[in-house]
Design a protein around this ligand. Structure first.
Ligand code: SAM
Ligand code: ZN
Length: 263
């Protein structure tokens, strides 16, 4: 399924590296992932989400509050599928979907830090470092592509999907994290739902799922905060409101958009 990011020929895996027929070689890291970024992006660590965000995301997701999303996504995946988790982060959902469905699961992210954490923990998923702008995956090779709260790359997503394949693209719903926003801001706004239309991908369904949860204790509250965009946008004064809070009730809402290849 993986192709060489330099010449686009098939990559063959041996014990320590992935190699193509032109002898371009990509070493496996000790955690078991491979870095397929090339050129100026090779540095990997400097792009995508950083170590603190990766750890906050892991701490929070492992509490299980977002499992209702992974459960819903798993309904569209079967055991025979080749699944690719695009911009998979630290791999929580990636492995969750594998366990729940038995599918053959791979995941990639541009952040080396995220993939390092993912590969260290989840040994039954194939992880690699790559950019959505140039996904090192064979054309028409994926049954289900999942993309959760991450950037979109229409041409590449359409290219890697099999003819009958589907893309499940998740965006935050209007009321996502409303309770957190109410606490932080005087006049919180609802999120704008992403309704972009694409030429090569046709939206065939849109499913909104929501729930209400109560977080308790500073670790849960601050790890949720650190994985949101508000972490960077909030003033010190507003941030202190969170530090003085021990229990937070909030709505969670996601929209799962189901796409197929346009005719
Ligand atoms: C909000 S996080 C979501 C991670 C994961 N899907 C989850 O829900 O836990 C967005 C992810 O997109 C990744 N990302 C950003 N730009 C990217 C790109 N050009 N190619 C691949 N991944 C990218 C980030 O490194 C980050 O891990
Ligand atoms: Zn090559």
């Amino acid at each position: 399924m993986l192709i060489c990011p330099v010449c686009r020929n098939k990559l063959i895996k041996n014990e320590r590296a992935y190699i193509c027929e032109k002898n371009h070689s990509f070493d496996m890291a000790k955690e078991g992932y491979v870095n397929l970024l090339t050129g100026k992006h090779k540095a990997g660590e400097l792009i995508g989400d950083n170590r603190d965000m990766a750890r906050a995301r892991r701490t929070f997701l492992e509490k299980g509050y977002y499992d209702f999303l992974a459960d819903e996504l798993s309904k569209y995946i079967s055991q025979d599928d080749k699944l690719l988790d695009i911009s998979c982060g630290e791999g929580y959902y990636t492995d969750y979907m594998r366990r729940k469905t038995g599918a053959d699961v791979s995941g990639f992210d541009i952040s080396k830090e995220m993939i390092r954490l993912a590969a260290k923990k989840y040994k039954d998923v194939n992880f690699f470092v790559a950019n959505i702008a140039k996904i090192p995956v064979k054309s028409e090779s994926i049954d289900v592509a999942v993309q959760i709260c991450a950037p979109f790359s229409e041409k590449e997503f359409a290219r890697i999907l099999k003819k009958e394949g589907i893309l499940l693209s998740v965006v935050p719903g209007k009321r996502h994290l409303w309770g957190l926003k109410e606490l932080l801001y005087e006049n919180p706004y609802e999120n704008n739902e992403d309704n972009t239309e694409y030429e090569s991908l046709k939206k065939i369904d849109s499913i909104t799922i929501n729930t209400k949860v109560t977080l308790s204790g500073q670790e849960e509250i601050m790890s949720l905060f650190a994985m949101t965009p508000y972490y960077y946008k909030t003033s010190e004064k507003d941030r202190q409101k969170l530090e003085n809070t021990d229990s937070l009730t909030t709505e969670l809402e996601f929209v799962i958009r189901k796409f197929i290849i346009s005719e």
